[in-house]
Design a protein around this ligand. Structure first.
Ligand code: CA
Length: 243
């Protein structure tokens, strides 16, 4: 198992969630460190320097955002937030504080594992570019700007390639609308969410088998987009286990 040596710090106070995470991640061979408070989490993060941090937003001594900001001040480690379904604003605040992604409770086992893998890949890859993307039957060569599908060559514009590049750097993880707009169109366009929606519609028409039900370019309502590559979608657990 390739992830045997990966160390994950879990900062979570609910015993039931801790147990589920322990079983699911432990079974995959990840080495786990657990902390039940924000203060403990911060100490464990500093002493163990884990490969990935999973942090609950509602902790007994402080907001999970505090942990994210503190860790982000000294480390680029991938941070995934565990949050309740209704807390849309909290998710935005967490991503703005430096979290890379979030998982909504209750979560399924395949979803959790896919997000963790995406986070760990992001960590290994760092700022290094990803050149080849596979989305279902589509092969996308970002370096040479070529896209092939079962029907042959698909033409994408340079801007469409730039959007895919930006999403691919964080494949499997959420990318904020503002980040996409800033990176691809520049700081003046950072608030133009409407244009981005129109643009994504065109891109989906080219890449998605059913553009109304996107499989690869997934909308995270109010937050941004997630690129689901074949690698990111790879599922190891057959059943959806919720908690
Ligand atoms: Ca909690």
């Amino acid at each position: 198992m390739t992830q045997t040596m990966h160390q994950i710090l879990i900062v979570e106070d609910e015993p039931a969630i801790c147990n589920v995470l322990h079983v699911l991640l432990g079974k995959q061979g990840y080495k786990l460190i657990e902390a039940g408070t924000a203060a403990r989490g911060e100490i464990e993060a500093r002493s163990h320097k884990p490969d990935l941090l999973l942090v609950d937003l509602g902790l007994p001594d402080a907001d999970g955002l505090t942990v994210i900001r503190q860790v982000r001040a000294w480390s680029p480690m991938p941070i995934i937030v565990l949050s309740a379904r209704t807390m849309e604003e909290q998710k935005i605040a967490a991503l703005d504080a430096g979290a890379d992604d979030y998982i909504t409770k209750p979560f399924s086992a395949p979803e959790l594992l896919a997000r963790v893998r995406a986070g760990l890949r992001r960590n290994v890859r760092g700022s290094e570019q990803t050149h080849l993307l596979q989305l279902g039957p589509l092969h996308i060569d970002l370096a040479n700007r070529q896209t092939r599908g079962p029907q042959g060559e698909i033409h994408l514009t340079p801007v469409e390639y730039r959007v895919l590049e930006c999403l691919a750097r964080q494949a499997g993880m959420v990318v904020r609308q503002r980040q996409l707009l800033r990176e691809v169109w520049g700081p003046d366009k950072a608030d133009d969410a409407r244009s981005l929606r129109v643009f994504m519609k065109t891109l989906r028409a080219k890449l998605e088998p059913d553009p109304r039900r996107p499989r690869y370019l997934v909308t995270e309502t109010g937050l941004g987009y997630r690129l689901c590559t074949n690698e990111a979608a790879q599922v190891e657990e057959p059943a959806g286990l919720t908690s």
